[in-house]
Design a protein around this ligand. Structure first.
Ligand code: SAM
Length: 209
């Protein structure tokens, strides 16, 4: 997986490759999908959601330019897989999931694997996790119509945010925003992606169950 799907598609960061090598993806997927755990595709995890494609996790993690000790927010915990990868790259990771059952099972797997620097919360991550802000990096693992103002507010000066922006159905544009020390934001477009929708107050409208 590492050589073919990640290095072969341009992931260069050694720390990201090392983190991807160390997180056992098979533990984060349902039993019935285990033989596909190291194929480079999303897989179903219940509640109509998916564990992200390994290449996407590596690409987004690389784009976040994480340093050891960075405080990281992830929106869209899903299975907890990408949170585990972020937990190997940064310091404390705060990850929010809107489906209670997914948040519960991700928390259990992460605890079992010993990721005690990764904290999972059930709620609307489009509002961030203000109690633990500010963050050095924010990864949004679901596609929203725009970058939520709440997430921009919770980003440290010098911080990076990576998020798919676009329609709820079809493809989105992966963008990286940087907050300058002056507080201004700059944006880069990284490429086309396809994510499940960010559903919440600052995402697409539907109640959080
Ligand atoms: N990165 C995850 C993994 O490795 O398993 C997969 C993320 S999955 C593609 C997107 C997740 O975002 C889904 O679990 C979905 O329920 C969640 N989600 C969507 N809108 C959300 C919101 N407003 N707050 C928190 N989670 C949200």
């Amino acid at each position: 997986m590492l050589r073919r799907h990640l290095a072969g598609r341009g992931v260069r960061d050694e720390r990201v490759m090392d983190a991807m090598a160390k997180v056992p993806r098979e533990v984060f997927v349902p039993q019935s999908c285990r033989r596909l755990a190291y194929s480079d595709g999303p897989l179903p995890i219940g509640m109509g959601q998916t564990i992200s494609q390994p290449y996407m996790v590596a690409w987004m993690a690389e784009a976040l330019e994480l340093a050891p000790g960075d405080r990281v927010l992830e929106v869209g915990t899903g299975s907890g897989y990408s949170a585990a990868v972020l937990g190997r790259l940064g310091g404390a990771v705060y990850t929010v999931e809107r489906h209670a059952s997914l948040a519960r099972s991700a928390r259990a797997v992460l605890m079992r694997l010993g990721y005690d620097n990764v904290h999972v919360r059930h709620g609307d991550g489009s509002l961030g996790w203000p109690e633990h802000a500010p963050f050095d990096a924010i990864m949004v693992s679901a596609g929203g119509p725009r970058v939520p103002a709440a997430l921009r507010d919770q980003l440290n000066p010098g911080g990076r945010l990576v998020m798919p922006v676009g329609p709820a159905v079809g493809s989105q544009l992966l963008v990286r925003e940087r907050r300058a020390p002056t507080g201004d934001f700059s944006r880069e477009e990284l490429g086309s992606v396809r994510f499940v929708p960010l559903v919440g107050e600052e995402g697409f409208q539907q109640p959080v169950e």
